[in-house]
Ligand binder design. Structure first.
Ligand SMILES: [Zn+2]
Ligand SMILES: [Zn+2]
Length: 557
């Protein structure tokens, strides 16, 4: 063995910092020796229990410690759960020299986000096309066209001194994509022929049998609803799904309707799409502005809007509450919900639908008619991916734990030798012998509250929860410092009760009685702690709540 060989690392490390064992916030870290590579940098949105959090992202301290060694960040596609963290990462890390690789559409979306933060000019964005190979020493990345619910997506094949790894990104196998950009089975099969050591594959729909519906079928389903309708039609969808906006544009043309886009994000995606991809999308002149809508007869209107998940500030949600200046519902409206209900959003979606129905409109959901398709491969497509690539080892990614288990079972069925279910924080080693888990790290996420970025501790998330649940008590203690005498106290609360001060008065009396004569040897800090303890105890005895208690001590006579 030569000296150089002796120094060669014997394994490739793979560590998910997000997106494995959960939905959203995707980030996969690869390490060979002292060199790192990242695939995807996404965000996740908080559930309703997280007070004061706007977005959640992978742990930035881990990345800050290795930032000089990150050879590249590869973005598989433009969904927020894959690119959304980059603009926030740039606040904590120096990413100016790190190449960020993505397709034209993905980078155009990212550039827009970065421009909003004033960062676009500083970053090193490198456009790639399917079929390209990028030399990111010691990694070599080849990009393969895949289909999904947003245009211009790729899978990545990483060639390393240890072996070859395919990361699928998000995909479904749409045999007839509307932009003609076909899922590249041939390249995947060719890579499979050469030998794949490890496959990391999208598990979102691993529990669902069959094959996902194509966008072409969705277009037919939408037209079946829209063509016979005599009044106005409103379609709500995920605004990044430009295939569907393309279909609606064509349907409008065929049915003598004119398209109106409502919502900032729909406009943004269409504009970026028009500049970067070969899918026919409406130009400004093909559209009617919402303010001019009243000039168009209602049976010629086709509205496309955001709000499929009843996001409170979205067009559809505001209109359902009667808060949108240009849109309200009436009996000749057909509302098509061209989406699925993301778990966690069901209740607010139902509330919104109730309001829309109450106004007399008709509403059809993705479940009732073929007007929606998932962007993620179901079991038969996942098997197809496994059969094309024929990996030696397999790790299911992008999904909750139960989806990972179902995906692992599929891999077992098709005969993959080594299968491992992991979660965020696992560190996997790939060597010529296969995969083993070598460590479990803490990968606490970071949070952004709209203004500040930090850990749960830095943003006081636990305290925010306590404040929301228990309220605050502000206590003023007055003493005579020269004689060490307690003179009195005043208690006020926020977020607890409104009883015209009766409870506070009771607490003042009870605590006052315990404090007189007790404080002569205490310094100010001891006194504050003592008063806080007494106040919290009295509140707990009476209300079973312990408010966050702030004590001030002042001198009096
Ligand atoms: Zn996606
Ligand atoms: Zn995703």
């Amino acid at each position: 063995m030569t000296h150089a060989d002796a120094k060669q690392p014997q394994s490739l490390h793979i560590a998910p910092l997000g997106g494995v064992g959960e939905i959203g916030m995707n980030m996969m870290l690869f390490r060979y020796g002292e060199d790192y590579l990242i695939v995807d940098s996404g965000i996740r949105f908080p559930d309703t229990t997280m007070t004061g959090v706007e977005v959640i992202l992978p742990n930035l301290s881990i990345l800050a410690a290795i930032q000089d060694k990150i050879r590249a960040i590869i973005l598989t596609h433009g969904h927020e759960d894959h690119i959304g963290a980059i603009r926030l990462m740039a606040q904590r890390l120096d990413l100016r020299k790190t190449p960020i690789l993505g397709t034209a559409f993905t980078l155009a979306l990212l550039r827009r986000r970065l421009a909003e933060e004033g960062l676009a000019a500083e970053m090193n964005l490198e456009q790639i096309r399917p079929g390209d190979t990028a030399d990111l020493n010691p990694f070599k990345a080849t990009f393969i066209r895949v289909t999904h619910s947003i245009p211009d997506c790729v899978a990545v094949c990483l060639e390393t001194p240890i072996g070859r790894v395919i990361h699928t990104g998000d995909f479904k196998i749409d045999r007839n994509p509307l932009d003609g950009e076909r899922f590249d089975e041939d390249s995947l099969r060719a890579l499979g022929d050469e030998g794949i050591d490890l496959l990391l594959s999208d598990s979102t729909n691993a529990s669902v049998p069959g094959w996902t519906r194509s966008e072409e079928e969705v277009a037919i389903g939408l037209e079946e609803q829209i063509a016979p309708w005599k009044g106005r039609v409103i379609v709500s969808l995920f605004s990044s799904n430009l295939y569907r906006i393309h279909s609606l544009f064509k349907i409008a043309q065929r049915n003598n309707r004119i398209l109106c886009l409502l919502g900032r994000s729909v406009h943004q995606y269409v504009e970026v799409g028009r500049q970067t991809i070969g899918l026919e999308l409406p130009k400004e002149t093909d559209l009617v502005d919402v303010k001019q809508l009243h000039h168009v007869p209602r049976h010629q209107q086709l509205l496309v809007c955001t709000g499929s998940q009843a996001e409170p500030r979205s067009v559809l949600a505001r209109a359902s509450r009667g808060e949108h200046r240009n849109l309200s519902f009436s009996e000749d409206d057909l509302v098509l919900m061209s989406c699925r209900k993301i778990p966690g959003n069901e209740r607010r979606i139902h509330r919104m639908i109730n309001d829309i129905l109450r106004a007399g409109a008709t509403c059809v959901f993705g479940k009732q008619a073929p007007i929606h398709a998932s962007g993620h491969a179901r079991q038969d497509e996942l098997k197809r991916m496994l059969e094309l690539t024929r990996p030696k080892c397999f790790i299911p990614v992008h999904g909750e734990y139960s989806f990972l288990v179902d995906h692992a079972n599929l891999a077992k069925e098709v005969g993959v030798e080594q299968i491992k279910i992991i979660e965020d924080g696992s560190v996997i080693s790939l060597s010529p012998q296969g995969i083993t888990e070598i460590a479990q790290e803490q990968v606490e996420p970071f949070f952004h509250d709209g203004n500040n970025l930090g850990t749960s501790e830095e943003l006081c998330l636990a305290e925010k929860k306590r404040l929301a649940w228990n309220g605050v008590a502000v206590v003023d203690v007055t003493i005579d410092p020269t004689r060490g005498l307690f003179l009195g106290l005043n208690v006020e609360t926020r977020g607890l009760f409104n009883d015209e001060g009766r409870l506070c008065k009771e607490i003042e009396d009870a605590v006052g009685a315990q404090m007189s004569g007790q404080i002569s040897d205490m310094d100010t800090e001891e006194l504050k702690r003592y008063a806080a303890m007494l106040v919290r105890r009295e509140f707990r005895n009476r209300t079973r709540r312990k408010p966050v208690t702030l004590v001030q001590v002042q001198a009096g006579k």
